[in-house]
Design a protein around this ligand. Structure first.
Ligand SMILES: C[S@@+](CC[C@H](N)C(=O)[O-])C[C@H]1O[C@@H](n2cnc3c(N)ncnc32)[C@H](O)[C@@H]1O
Length: 299
């Protein structure tokens, strides 16, 4: 079991009148619709515009489904279902994680799935016999933690932010960022928090965050994405200064400043994907992103 702690002051929490109480700072955290609410009111206000834009775009993209089977199959794509080709890439990344980073239990691992979205990765980890904790800002019933009600496994769900997690020091075996690290506004701060929560021999796993060789290509992608959102959905979705991408130089710098060692695991996404950099060169377009599964340990 991972120890719970106050996300504001990091002290232990005590059960009190159906809620969790921090006896140090007096904060009280309730559970609503099966989700522990660890986002203080002022932080909820900070993220409000981001979440409103983000959820509206995702629902407009067709990510919601009335079919519980759709959620239970993830990351297996539903033929003809929403974003089938994107889920095919996600399925392949997950295969790499399962083969290279987190095999089946035993040992059963305590895993923090941060930026869990609907929680499909937590569901798959529970399948393997691990103990996941799905954490996200969004409790949306179709695209956030609320949608985890569809899964066959039940696991703790927590509304909290990646820079202030509701866990005690050194209590998790793995912290996984599944398509979520690039939403960070400060990678150093976010990874310091992940390392705080991790046991001494724990691992950080990053998958499905876009990696660009050069900052210029990453910045160009972010600008293109904002314009595309504005054109299609009427919002640039830029209320927070999320970074949006990684580069090898950023990873190198983070490894040095945090005392981390990254291991990279590559995935075969098919010929069409492999051909993209050549195609971009021929068309004089910006370089496309790559996806690499990263496993970070303390050096
Ligand atoms: C692209 S989605 C990925 C969701 C899920 N992991 C998946 O792979 O389908 C990114 C998720 O990160 C969450 N997120 C963004 N910023 C966050 C933050 N500061 N703290 C916690 N979660 C955050 C979003 O709410 C969203 O659910």
């Amino acid at each position: 079991m991972i120890d719970l702690a106050c996300p504001s002051c990091r002290r232990a929490l005590c059960p009190h009148a159906g809620a969790l109480l921090c006896t140090a700072c007096g904060a009280e955290y309730r559970q609503v619709d099966g989700i522990h609410r660890f986002l203080p009111a002022e932080r909820a206000a900070h993220f409000q515009a981001f979440l409103a834009d983000y959820t509206a775009i995702r629902i407009a993209e067709g990510r919601a489904s009335a079919d519980p089977g759709y959620f239970r199959r993830l990351p297996e794509p539903t033929p003809g279902g929403p974003l089938e080709s994107q889920w095919e890439l996600r399925r392949r990344s997950w295969t790499t994680v399962r083969r290279r980073a987190v095999g089946p239990a035993p040992p059963a691992l305590e895993v923090v799935d941060i930026g869990a979205g609907v929680g499909w990765l937590s569901n798959r980890l529970a399948d393997l016999g691990h103990h996941p904790y799905a954490v996200d800002l969004s409790v949306d019933p179709d695209d956030g933690l609320g949608a985890a009600r569809h899964f066959e496994h039940s696991f703790p769900r927590m509304q909290a932010e990646m820079d202030a997690m509701p866990f005690g020091d050194g209590s998790a075996d793995v912290v996984v960022f599944n398509a979520s690290l690039h939403y960070s506004c400060d990678y150093h701060r976010t990874l310091v928090e992940a390392l705080r929560v991790l046991a001494p021999r724990g691992r950080i796993i990053v998958l499905d965050s876009p990696i660009y060789r050069h900052t210029a290509a990453g910045e160009a992608m972010v600008a293109e994405r904002r314009l595309d959102f504005e054109r299609r959905f009427g919002t640039r979705s830029d209320s927070l200064p999320s970074i949006g991408y990684l580069t090898p130089a950023m990873l190198h710098h983070l490894a040095g400043s945090l005392g981390l060692r990254w291991r990279r695991h590559h995935t075969w996404y098919g010929w069409a994907w492999a051909w993209r950099p050549w195609q971009a060169r021929l068309r004089s377009q910006r370089a496309p992103s790559r996806f690499t599964v990263l496993v970070g340990r303390r050096a």
